[in-house]
Design a protein around this ligand. Structure first.
Ligand SMILES: [Zn+2]
Length: 143
């Protein structure tokens, strides 16, 4: 059957620890990226409104534009904070990803003869989390 086992194929516990740490950071990073995208849309919309509103409703004039500019200011500030957070998390995730790839290449399990542990693990993570452990694949990841 094609259903994956509920137990991930981690050989030793040290790998599981590393992987779950990576996964936690990875999820934080994805969440922050989503918030950043929403923030960017809000900033763009507010900027657009601040530009267009006085043209469409000249009678509303200054006070409304002023309020919009203030909103735009705070939205932009928040967006920049999120942007910084995303970069910071990306560095963390990238380092852990790199570390895991290294482990997959050397010393992933304790077998001395050739085995499929690392390969099974790669497949498991790709199927369950849509994360690839090929070199340099993290930034190119969709979703
Ligand atoms: Zn093995």
């Amino acid at each position: 059957m094609g259903v994956l086992s509920p137990n991930p194929p981690f050989p030793p516990t040290r790998m599981a620890q590393l992987f779950y740490e990576f996964l936690g950071r990875y999820n934080d990073w994805k969440l922050a990226r989503r918030q950043e995208t929403i923030g960017r849309i809000i900033v763009l919309l507010l900027g657009l409104l601040a530009l267009i509103f006085p043209l469409i409703f000249p009678n509303f004039s200054l006070s409304v534009s002023f309020v919009m500019l203030i909103l735009l200011y705070f939205a932009t500030r928040r967006y920049l904070e999120l942007n910084e957070q995303v970069s910071h998390l990306y560095v963390n995730v990238h380092i852990l990803h790199h570390h895991l790839i290294g482990k997959l290449e050397v010393g992933f399990c304790d077998h001395r003869e050739p085995c499929h542990c690392a390969e099974n693990f790669r497949k498991y993570v790709l199927n369950n989390y849509n994360i690839s452990f090929d070199k340099g694949s993290l930034s190119g990841n969709k979703s």
